[in-house]
Design a protein around this ligand. Structure first.
Ligand SMILES: Nc1ncnc2c1ncn2[C@@H]1O[C@H](COP(=O)(O)OP(=O)(O)OP(=O)(O)O)[C@@H](O)[C@H]1O
Length: 438
């Protein structure tokens, strides 16, 4: 293998035969984000790379990539980074996102200082448009801060990083949330106070963070800041902030209403839309256009989620699907793959082994930790090979390869014992496998 020479650009890495990974754009607590080129179209994308959790228990909704996928697949809005595709290998989950060429809004403020009031207003309107839309779809970001606000090549805002997002429970429409999330300087007093029994209103908590962001855009510094965490918390509880002298009276008033420590009296999205500073110079049509999501908003989101949880079936059916090509050798004749839940995959391997033995065939285990059962005739001719590839949590991809000698063994001996007459997803898949068998 060729060695990488220090100082030379790293060799191009092509993943799934489709994306050429480029430079590192940023790294967060949970993932690294790379620039990449979509080879068929030449388009730039950003790929967020998450190591897959090393555990066998079911993937938890608290995993940030699960949260992020669950949230982003609900959302299609011009000011929210679009999730194009989800890919996975054995060890890694890749989120393919629209590339926000302008980088972090935070860097802009850091480099050039505070923004002119009109530019703050334009970006704040875009932020509220995205936040209002997310809330209307039952998604609360919970970690809004300038580092998570990106800019595209036209300088328009794209809200990103939904790794802390919460989805409203669909059953009772209860908007009160319980997990403590976010970055201290941007977090609302009710989250800091951790009144877990009462929960908190995710919409109002996001609005507080929008208030902190608006303050930062206008001032160039944070409204609540202290190197001592306890003092910082105290300042946030009180909501005491001082706007810089250049702040217009209307903007001062709006900031005070956003940074109201009492969520019950804090301004709502509707209140913001009617605020004089926010609405300045906007006629009714322009306001409606601002709040309108993309025309094709409904397209990718027809399917109902089960309680906001995401499982591998959701992943598979999303967008162009979970591309599993990295798992397998292409071009194997009569090779089928399907996803199953629970212990069904392991039971299938055991069953293949048992039936093979009872038929006097040669049976052996292969693969990592015996994840595959191979059945052959005495002359070495392949009858059937079943291999289990672990996916997320207890979900698994079953790869089934039928050799030339599979026909009778598969149809008459094996399939009836695998319960392929029921109506489970596994049974349906097995019926399809059978109909094409030799
Ligand atoms: N779509 C994108 N286009 C361009 N750059 C991006 C994109 N997504 C992320 N980045 C860059 O990568 C950085 C890290 O991304 P992100 O905040 O999503 O990661 P994270 O691990 O979820 O972070 P956190 O620690 O805040 O949870 C961003 O701050 C940004 O600079």
């Amino acid at each position: 293998m060729a060695e990488h020479v220090a100082g030379a650009p790293p060799p191009a890495k092509i993943i799934f035969g489709t994306y050429e990974l480029g430079r590192l754009l940023g790294r967060g607590a949970s993932a690294k984000v790379y620039h990449a080129r979509h080879l068929p179209s030449g388009q730039s994308v950003a790929i967020k790379v998450f190591p897959k959790p090393r555990r066998t228990a079911a993937a938890s909704a608290s995993d940030s990539f699960i949260r992020e996928i669950s949230a982003l697949r609900h959302l299609r809005h011009r000011h929210i980074v679009r999730l194009r595709e989800v890919l996975a290998s054995r060890s890694t989950v890749y989120l393919v996102l629209d590339f926000a060429k302008g980088g972090q809004l935070f860097s802009r403020v850091e480099d050039r200082g505070r923004l002119p009031e009109d530019l703050s207003r334009r970006l704040f309107r875009q932020l509220i448009s995205a936040v209002a839309y997310s809330h209307s779809r039952g998604v609360f970001h919970r970690d809004l801060k300038p580092e998570n606000l990106l800019l595209d090549d036209a300088g328009d805002l794209k809200v990103s990083d939904f790794g802390f997002a919460a989805l409203r429970p669909s059953s009772d429409c209860d908007r009160l949330l319980h997990t403590q999330c976010g970055t201290p300087a941007y977090v609302s007093p009710e989250i800091l106070s951790g009144k877990k029994r009462d929960g908190y209103d995710g919409a109002k908590a996001d609005i507080w963070s929008c208030g902190v962001i608006l303050f930062v855009l206008n001032a160039g510094y944070l409204p609540f800041n202290d190197s001592n965490l306890i003092s910082l918390y105290r300042k946030i509880y009180c909501g005491h902030h001082r706007c810089p002298r250049w702040t217009s009276p209307d903007l001062r008033r709006l900031i005070a209403r956003l940074l109201d420590p009492n969520p019950a009296t804090r301004i709502s999205i509707d209140g913001i839309l009617h605020d004089s500073w926010f609405a300045k110079g906007l006629d009714a049509d322009q306001k409606a256009a601002l709040m309108r999501p993309l025309a094709d908003d409904s397209k990718p989101h027809h399917r109902r989620l089960s309680g906001g949880e995401l499982n591998a079936f959701d992943l598979i059916s999303f967008s162009s699907g979970l591309d599993l090509s990295g798992f397998f050798t292409e071009g194997i004749p009569d090779c089928e793959r399907f996803v199953v839940a629970g212990g069904a995959a392991d039971r299938m391997v055991e069953r293949v082994e048992q039936v093979g033995k009872s038929e006097g065939l040669v049976v052996r285990r292969e693969g990592e930790k015996g994840s595959a059962a191979v059945v052959e005739r005495q002359n070495g001719e392949l009858v059937v090979r079943v291999e289990v590839h672990r996916l997320l949590g207890d979900m698994a991809v079953v790869e089934l390869e039928k050799g030339g000698a599979a026909g009778r063994f598969w149809n008459e001996k094996l399939r009836p014992t695998l319960g392929a007459t029921g109506d489970s997803p596994l049974a349906r898949r097995l019926r399809n496998v059978t109909s094409g068998s030799t």
